[in-house]
Design a binder for this molecule. Structure first.
Ligand code: ATP
Ligand code: MG
Length: 577
């Protein structure tokens, strides 16, 4: 094993990262917004572009670190003037516009709790999240407000202030205020109050892939992990141009789409638009992006669009590309090398972990198809499970760790800085995530003898067939090897003999069409690679596999549809465009 992985005590790695940050002046604590923005004032970063915003219709706006400091101070003063206090929940429901970023960081300056909602949510998911999060302030657009919130005000007793980002003072509908007008009238300096590293800072809802989304609470100390992992997992350096394609409505879009790169003095590219292959390649080229953080779904869509679109020779600046959220199959890693000039580095984490925990980091050999190794500072283990999915204990009552290459549950030694500090209103559920000081991720993995972690599947998605435990990804990755297949979703369906049998759904590459012949070919390929016990019994063709809006295949929905069951919470379901 690489000595850098085991040399330091975890606390030493985080301690070093903490010392690389400033802390508030006069020992007043640690505040995310200070580390991301204010501490750069008076350095040569002050005049550097912090956020380069690209509008859908070709507009562009640059905010320097100095501009961002001023605007976030104004926003913090607006909250102050409205009587919003430390710890109060401030929600945002807006597309990716500069004011969304100002609101996020201004909220953190004021020590209120920021909770970003994905702008494409319908009224119901917005209502439930505002309700359970007891949102006191909502930053949104006029159209979003009218469509999704205005009719619900009576049902949202905690919601006192609605600040609209796109109306003038005299045009704000009843019950709302114009944010630009409030910002203009507010003072341009703000002194961040004492911030305990344990003060709540962010409330993020999970993707809802396995059920109703949970609200995970994060604290200001998380910035230590955001900063450290930006370097360790994404190779972020001072002055880099960095593009994270995730929306701040998902934890990736905040931890790495806002906080981490700003703590490194990077220039953040913010694209208002959604995925479009040519536009995205254009951004990588024209903005001379150094480091790119995206998702397997996007990579697969680029692969589907064909490598000839990629402006490979104009991507000379692109130094590091990483992906998160779903398994990244080995072919995608190699595709990156050919099409982008750099392989794609998969990494793993969750809303609950607040930051990257396992990664194919810079300067390490990538093992294509693996999520990489636990980062320095992260103490990870693969815990053995019994037949019921419970943690196994030895005779002395100690948890049993898996041997190399044996499948178990990925667990992290509790106490890293960006660990969630609770699920909103679900204390018991939070408590159930921990055993003997370990946080249980709910994901099944194998770790090889060199420490690389291989994703097997979510605990909830695992298939039990004729005595075998089958992880969906084991089957999906074999299907993805076939050039006709771009996406695959694998589920177990009940079977009187085997308990469950494997059923697969695939979406096809450009120019490939469903046929019995192709189905036979895919089944043959899967049987040849996996053996008849693990290979899918049937394969269906589906160009629109159900996915969350953050790009994860919703296997529980595939299953519910096949079995005619209730679909459960679909608030985060991506609706086919
Ligand atoms: P919910 O908890 O509501 O079901 P979710 O788990 O999808 O939703 P997130 O926190 O956004 O919500 O996603 C984290 C999960 O995504 C991980 O637990 C894991 O299952 C999956 N994941 C993240 N990165 C990877 C990766 N590199 N490879 C495989 N799976 C990944
Ligand atoms: Mg989860």
């Amino acid at each position: 094993m690489d000595p850098t992985v085991t040399m330091d005590q975890p606390s030493e790695v985080w301690g070093r990262a903490r010392r690389a940050l400033d802390g508030l002046p006069d020992g007043r604590g640690l505040n995310i917004a200070h580390e991301a923005v204010d501490r750069h004032l008076g350095t040569d970063r002050e005049h550097r572009v912090a956020i380069r915003w690209l509008g859908v219709r070709g507009a562009r706006e640059d905010l320097t670190y100095g501009d961002l400091a001023e605007r976030t101070s104004r926003f913090a003063n607006v909250l102050q003037d409205l009587g919003v206090g430390a710890g109060d929940p401030v929600f945002a429901l807006s597309g990716r516009t500069p004011l969304l970023y100002v609101a996020a960081l201004g909220t953190l300056k004021h020590r209120a709790v920021f909770s970003p909602l994905f702008a494409a949510f319908g009224p119901e998911p917005v209502r439930t999240r505002l309700r359970i999060g007891r949102g006191r302030v909502l930053v949104t657009t006029e159209a979003q407000y009218r469509r999704k919130v205005a009719g619900l005000r009576g049902d949202l007793p905690d919601l006192e202030h609605v600040l609209l980002v796109d109306v003038a003072a005299d045009a704000a509908p009843e019950g709302t205020r114009s944010l630009p007008a409030l910002l203009d009238a507010a003072r341009s300096t703000y002194e961040i109050g004492p911030t305990d590293p344990e003060d709540p800072a962010l409330l993020h809802f999970t993707s809802g892939t396995t059920g109703t989304p949970k609200g995970a609470v994060h604290v200001h100390e998380a910035v230590v992990a955001h900063h450290a992992t930006g370097r360790l997992a994404l190779d972020l350096r001072d002055g880099d141009v960095f593009w994270c394609t995730a929306d701040p409505g998902w934890v990736t879009g905040t931890s790495y789409g806002i906080i981490s790169p700003l703590t490194h003095g990077a220039t953040l590219v913010v694209d208002e638009g959604e995925f479009e292959a040519e536009r995205w390649y254009g951004i990588l080229r024209d903005q001379a992006v150094d480091v790119w953080y995206t998702a397997p779904t996007a990579v697969r869509m680029l692969m589907r669009a064909g490598a000839d679109l990629a402006p490979r020779e104009d991507l000379g600046r692109l130094r590091f590309v990483a992906s998160v959220g779903e398994p990244l199959h080995a072919e995608a890693v190699a595709w990156g090398r050919d099409a982008l000039g750099t392989p794609i580095h998969d990494n793993w984490w969750q809303t609950e972990t607040g930051g990257i925990m396992v990664a194919n980091g810079p300067g390490q050999q990538i093992r294509p198809g693996s999520m990489g190794r636990p980062l320095p500072g992260v103490d990870a283990a693969v815990l053995a499970l019994d037949d019921h999915g419970e943690l196994r204990r030895d005779g002395a009552g100690e948890l049993v760790r898996c041997d190399p290459d044996e499948t178990g549950e990925l667990a992290l030694r509790a106490g890293w800085p960006s660990m969630f500090r609770g699920y909103l209103d679900q204390d018991e559920r939070y408590a159930r995530c921990f055993a003997d000081g370990w946080y249980r991720s709910g994901d099944l993995v194998r770790q090889d003898a060199d420490g690389y972690v291989w994703f097997v599947g979510r605990g909830d998605d695992v298939i039990k067939s004729a005595g075998h435990l089958i992880g969906p990804f084991e089957v999906e990755k074999v299907l993805l090897e076939h050039p006709a297949v771009v996406e695959a979703g694998v589920i177990g369906v009940p079977d009187p003999v085997a308990g469950e049998v494997v059923q697969a759904f695939v979406s096809l590459a450009e120019g490939r069409h469903p046929s019995d012949e192709l189905r036979r070919e895919l089944l043959g390929h899967a049987r040849g690679r996996l053996g008849p016990a693990v290979a899918p019994r049937t394969i269906g063709f589906d160009q629109d596999l159900p996915k969350t809006r953050s790009g994860k295949i919703m296997r529980r929905l595939l299953r519910a549809r096949v079995l005619g069951l209730d679909e459960g919470d679909t608030s985060t379901l991506e609706v086919a465009r």
